[in-house]
Design a protein around this ligand. Structure first.
Ligand code: PLP
Length: 387
């Protein structure tokens, strides 16, 4: 179905050991209530892929297609924008402007005098910054977004359309994170990051609570509980949110396989090291949203015990899968960072040894998260047509 390519597969030796509660359910209930009330909210489709199931020699494959999410093209719309809303609500309460300003009041501009004096900022590979900029525009605050030099013009423009100021930093994603937090410290801006570190957890926790809604929708849409979930990892926030939701809905038996680009596999490296570690280098992968060298602390606290396995796949396998989905009828439009999970399933599914390790068989029901559509149209067209 796709050509064989080299990949890495590591079973998590600490899988199943008890750990801390990273995402309390109360936070999810609030995120869900808020986001479901946003204008235009609609669950994204869950597509069944019988041809892929056949190719991977499993029973069923479902693909949660995030391309239509709020017109932003990725699941990230659920996280950053919600965190901006929550931050502004909290800040207005702290400043005695409004005890509990909701999204509707913020969007009508009722508190514009106060919110326009607040600046939110983040570093991004594209999708998270777009969500934060969208949230800032809707809820009426200023926004400055840091991108590294490898972020395409298409992605920068997609952020700038919401009125955010874009600042370009030499280096990779992690350099942009550092530049952003330094400037935010100097200017008293609010960092709305999708990654967390010691002493900075509140906002990224809100971001991850927003992501859980995607997994919750999938759990409601799927016909039978999945046996396996293959989900891609950047800093791990998405995978951790999916992990928490799957456990909550279906119990701890669902096997979570976290998949990264082989050039930016910091979660696999951490599992190997037995603690969160960074990978160095320019993280030169075309899976731009997954080009992260440092795990999110919160995400790691969940994944270090909840992930069943970690895989690292090459860029070529992502392109193979984008083309595979584009050729289907009807086509599924999947961006570069959307298909690492699919690639891992197809690569492991054809290899008896990997199947055994992952306990994949003809009865397995696999859930995949297609986390973005063509968020950078030019790159998408180029990769899919090979032009
Ligand atoms: C399309 C897409 N998928 C997956 C991810 C990975 O999410 P996380 O960094 O939370 O692991 C990202 C991150 O930007 C993304 O943009």
């Amino acid at each position: 179905m796709i050509p064989a390519r080299p990949y890495r597969l590591l079973l998590n030796r600490r899988h199943g050991t008890p750990g801390v509660v990273v995402l309390p359910d109360g936070g999810f209930r609030r995120a869900r209530a808020e986001i479901e009330a946003w204008p235009g909210y609609e669950p994204t489709p869950l597509v069944t892929l019988p041809d892929v199931a056949q190719g991977a020699r499993v029973g069923a494959v479902s693909y949660k297609d995030e391309a239509p999410r709020f017109g932003l093209g990725s699941f990230k719309a659920l996280g950053g924008a919600f965190a901006v809303q929550k931050l502004l609500t909290t800040e207005l309460a702290r400043r005695d402007v409004a005890p509990n300003a909701g999204a509707a009041a913020l969007e009508t501009g009722e508190f514009r005098d106060a919110t326009s004096a607040i600046t939110v900022t983040c570093a991004t590979d594209g999708n998270h910054g777009r969500s934060v900029a969208w949230g800032a525009k809707r809820f009426g605050c200023r926004c400055v977004i840091y991108v590294h030099e490898g972020v395409s013009q298409g992605r920068r423009d997609a952020i700038a359309q919401y009125g955010a100021e874009i600042r370009v930093v030499p280096g990779n994603y992690d350099d942009a994170v550092r530049a952003c937090s330094q400037e935010a410290g100097r200017e008293a801006w609010f960092v709305v990051s999708d990654t967390s570190w010691a002493g900075y957890t509140e906002v990224p926790r809100d971001v991850m609570q927003g992501y859980r809604l995607m997994a919750e929708e999938a759990a409601n849409q799927i016909e039978a509980p999945p046996t396996h979930v293959f989900v891609q990892g950047g800093v791990g926030g998405l995978a951790a949110a999916v992990s928490v939701q799957m456990r909550g809905r279906f119990g701890a038996g669902v096997k979570l396989v976290v998949v990264e680009p082989d050039r930016a596999a910091c979660l696999l490296a951490s599992a190997e090291a037995g603690e969160a570690v960074s990978v160095q280098g320019d993280l030169d992968t075309l899976m731009a949203g997954l080009a992260c060298g440092e795990p999110s602390m919160l995400a790691w606290q969940e994944l270090e015990r909840a992930a069943f396995a970690f895989m690292a796949v090459p860029d070529d396998s992502a392109v193979d899968c984008m083309r595979l989905l584009a050729r289907r009828k009807p086509a599924v439009v999947a961006g570069e960072s959307a298909v690492a999970g699919l690639a891992a399933l197809l690569l492991a599914g054809r290899d008896p040894f990997s199947r055994g390790m992952l306990r994949l068989d003809a009865d397995s029901r696999v859930l995949l998260f297609g986390t973005e559509g063509a968020t950078d149209r030019e790159t998408y067209e180029k990769l899919v047509t090979g032009a």
